[in-house]
Design a protein around this ligand. Structure first.
Ligand SMILES: N[C@@H](CCC(=O)N[C@@H](CS)C(=O)NCC(=O)O)C(=O)O
Length: 217
């Protein structure tokens, strides 16, 4: 197999990087990792060596450059059709794609006010106007997905799919900010966080030393 290379940011803060990293790791694809710490003076120059958008994550494979987390996930699904990146059933797949896109394009209030931080706990912080509405929509998506399509396993569509990779950073946020959740959502958060690859990411994040004050309270 041609080498896969994933360019990511700090594991402690870069939620978009986590999504693409999980999509590779959880499906057992070997890849080389290049980490560029975010917002250092030479960050922009370094990341532009790989990414036309100047953002991480970026996947390099077979002479191709794929940037943006969802495009990377779709590229992996297309390139490795034998891996169950999306559910086989069309109805479930359509739902999975829709909620993945909704996560990718939405929830700005939650993303801005409860930035991902694997290292620190900020219980009760960030719950400003608009954030609870994002939390309510996310937990409603999770409940609906589990109820309609989740009978084959503990993830949103039963088995782990791209949809779980897209929502995984939210699980870290909900624990970090001690967000009050219904039982089904709490179970789902536990399922995601107990994945060994999630623990691997969180352990690596905790060993990082860079502190980005804009993501701390
Ligand atoms: N929509 C993009 C968002 C990527 C993104 O915003 N990445 C952040 C790090 S988590 C970044 O590189 N920021 C650098 C910048 O905005 O200059 C994706 O899904 O990959």
């Amino acid at each position: 197999m041609t080498q896969l290379t994933l360019v990511i940011g700090n594991k402690n803060y870069s939620s978009w990087s986590l999504r693409a990293w999980l999509a590779l790791k959880q499906f057992g694809l070997p890849f080389k990792e290049i980490c560029i710490p975010l917002y250092t003076p030479d960050y922009s120059a370094k990341v532009h060596q790989y990414s036309p958008s100047g953002k991480v994550p970026v996947l390099l494979h077979d002479g191709l450059t794929v940037w943006d987390s969802l495009a990377i996930c779709e590229y992996l699904a297309e390139t490795f059709p034998n891996l169950p990146y999306w559910p086989e059933d069309k109805t479930a797949r359509t739902f999975a794609r829709s909620i993945s896109a909704e996560m990718h394009s939405g929830f700005q209030n939650l993303r801005q006010n409860m930035p991902m931080n694997c290292r620190t706990k900020y219980p009760g912080k960030g719950l400003v106007s608009g954030v609870q509405a994002d939390i309510d929509r996310i937990t409603s998506i999770w409940r609906e997905s589990r109820q309609k399509f989740g009978s084959g396993g503990d993830f949103l569509l039963g088995n782990f799919t791209i949809a779980d990779a897209m929502f995984a950073p939210v699980a870290i946020r909900f624990v970090a900010y001690d967000v009050q959740l219904d039982a089904a959502s709490r179970n789902y958060v536990e399922t995601v966080l107990s994945l060994s690859v999630m623990q691997e990411w969180i352990t690596a994040a905790k060993s990082e030393t860079e502190v980005l004050s804009q993501y701390e309270f």
